[in-house]
Design a protein around this ligand. Structure first.
Ligand code: ACM
Ligand code: ZN
Length: 612
């Protein structure tokens, strides 16, 4: 009997909690990102060492893809799958090239066999990622798990990406992250069918990419003499030199590692702004208005930018030549954001250039700068992508825009028939708070809650369907001012990135309740993958709304599905007997709200507090 997927998903959490009946209940299908189409059938397929793999295309690449399944089953389940050339043998997983579009796959799980249809290896890879999520979450555990039934629910899945570009960014300049951490980051991205790693490698606060022709960039430019403590304007510094860079060998290792997971690495080399670390090494690249340049020690924007003169272009072209050797990506990110025009206004070379080229102002000079670099990059067979500001003064002819200043840049670029990646702040900025700032570590700006991120539609409604075709995808941004460690990066990025990944991959209609049910099961996978995600999902968010001078209206919500919120107003810990929250209420100045979420009278997260 075929059942409706939505109905099953709705039942999923309930069934999991009914332990007495667990053996009889159909397994829930809780996939993140959700596929385009899922039909649940009766029964299960069971993995054991008797199960065989049949490869329609017996190539090294398909063997490498199947290893993502066989390695997990071997290490977590102690199950060793072998290969067969025999068709029609029960207990076989078939990988069949059925000529499907790029990245698409179909997965049929039947009691006696699993059939994976694909058209390109990336499709087979994504089918494996889905199959791993259909297995018990223990399959992601780092060590052998005992007492688990390695069962996959029978189903039919028809899946293809909504967008070709599904990106995740990491700023490795404000803070530096090891090669091992980057590999883990890419692993987790790939599990979510995210296929672009936007690697932010150059900044005012440090240059992180080895360039053989300009060794000072890393010998010196990797270092800042100290780092601001707290927010950018605290004025207090730690007095400790901070540095780090990637050798070209390490870059090749990362690029190859990502490619095996169908992730393209897009390097970002910032220009004309955010260039202070390079200028500190080679002051001749600047407008020469200062005697001394130093790598920045605080966050923010700096007026010391590249001067558009021949030696600057020679430098940037040389850097690009090495970038082309290291990164096969067709798209190269040239930054372009936050370039103050202060120095150009005072620089006689810049002013003469504006006159000579018949430019209107410094904005057009920026456009001229980017267009010139684009010509060079295009001449080497690559395309550029830059942040919104490359629209100022006119977009370079073939440039794609990464829209971060809200949606306006993306809309403008799509209307000019330029490709766009939607990465709007704060909706897709993972450096913003994800819970009540009062109880969270220091972060950027205001809160961007999981729900806000999930519900954001990356195709602005004002676009015509033709214009909407230029939205090539989405990206979650991880700026690391306030993320000095890998643990903090994971805490800020996950699980919110699950929501962005789903918006990038899935064409299924938005369904917040369904998402929270699937996500809760998915958190069990992130646990096994040792991803230190934020657990605010289980904690009530207490919001105080403006009322009178002496009163506030209180609303309380929690992301976890099927949870009851209970609260107190006398400072005591909420228990299963405390008042149940149903509607917003009023408190006065002397009161403190304490709230916790419960299921079956058991508390599921932390207690949260809020004073008037
Ligand atoms: C940016 O956040 N400056 C692109
Ligand atoms: Zn200048």
């Amino acid at each position: 009997m075929k059942r409706c997927f939505a109905y099953l998903v709705a039942l999923g959490a309930l069934l999991i909690s009914c332990t007495a009946k667990k053996d009889m209940a159909p397994l829930a299908v809780n996939l993140v990102p959700v596929p385009s189409h899922v039909d649940r059938d009766e029964g299960s397929f069971f993995f054991s060492s008797e199960v065989k793999i049949f490869l329609d295309e017996d190539t090294p690449e398909l063997h490498r893809i199947t290893a993502f399944l066989t390695d997990r089953l071997a290490s977590a389940a102690g199950i060793n799958l072998s290969f067969t050339r025999e068709k029609n043998q029960p207990g076989t997983v078939y990988f069949m090239n059925a000529g499907l579009p790029e990245e698409a796959y179909e997965l049929r799980v039947e009691p006696q066999r699993i059939v994976i249809d694909y058209g390109t290896p990336s499709g087979a890879f994504y089918a494996v990622q889905t199959l791993l999520q259909l297995l018990p979450a223990e399959v992601f555990a780092p060590s052998r798990q005992r007492g688990v039934k390695w069962e996959v629910p029978c189903c039919r899945i028809d899946d293809a990406p909504r967008f070709p570009y599904r990106g995740m960014h990491l700023d490795c300049c404000l803070h530096f992250f090891s090669v091992d951490f980057l590999k883990k980051y890419i692993d987790v991205m790939a599990h979510h069918k995210v296929n672009r790693f936007h690697w932010h490698l150059t900044e005012d606060q440090g240059w992180r990419l080895e360039i053989k022709k300009y060794p000072l960039l890393t010998e010196k430019g990797q270092w800042r003499k100290e780092t601001v403590i707290g927010s950018l304007s605290s004025g207090i510094y730690d007095g400790k030199p901070y540095g780090g860079y990637y050798t070209q060998e390490q870059v090749k290792e990362i690029v190859a590692y990502a490619a095996e997971r169908y992730v393209t690495v897009i390097p970002e080399i910032e220009m004309p702004g955010h260039a202070l670390a390079a200028i500190a090494c080679y002051p001749e690249l600047s407008c020469g208005l200062e005697d001394h340049y130093e790598t920045a020690t605080r966050w923010g924007i700096f007026k010391q930018v590249y001067c558009p003169k021949e030696e600057t272009f020679r430098f940037l072209e040389d850097v690009m030549d090495e970038v082309f050797e290291l990164f096969p990506s067709k798209l190269i990110h040239i930054g372009g954001d936050e370039c103050p025009k202060t120095s150009w206004k005072q620089c006689s070379h810049c002013q003469a250039l504006i006159k000579k080229e018949g430019l209107k102002d410094e904005y057009e000079l920026q456009s001229w700068f980017i267009s010139r670099m684009e010509r060079y990059i295009n001449s080497k067979g690559r395309d550029i992508i830059g942040w919104d500001e490359i629209l100022q003064g006119g977009l370079a002819p073939n440039a794609a825009v990464m829209s971060w200043l809200g949606e306006e840049g993306g809309i403008k670029a799509a209307r000019q028939h330029h490709y766009v990646v939607m990465a709007p702040y704060p909706k897709y900025y993972l450096d913003y708070w994800q819970a009540d700032p009062e109880s969270e570590p220091l972060a950027m700006g205001g809160p961007t809650l999981l729900k806000t991120m999930y519900e954001y539609n990356p195709v602005p409604e004002v676009l015509t369907s033709e214009e909407a075709g230029y939205i090539m995808g989405v990206e979650g941004c991880v700026w690391t001012e306030y993320m000095p460690t890998p643990e903090r990066v994971e805490y800020m990025a996950w699980p919110r990135m699950c929501a962005i990944a789903e918006s990038g991959w899935s064409s299924a209609p938005k369904d917040w309740d369904g998402f929270t049910r699937r996500l809760e099961a998915h958190l069990g996978r992130l646990d096994r993958l040792d991803v230190g995600y934020c657990k605010a999902f289980f904690d009530p968010l207490i919001q105080l709304h403006k009322d009178t001078e002496y009163s506030k209206v209180v609303s309380i919500s929690v992301d976890a599905p099927d949870a009851v919120i209970r609260y107190t107003l006398d400072g005591s810990e909420p228990t299963a007997a405390s008042e149940e929250y149903s509607l917003p209420f009023v408190i006065n100045r002397s009161q403190e709200v304490a709230a916790a979420a419960f299921r079956s009278d058991k508390k599921i997260g932390k207690t949260t507090y809020k004073k008037f």
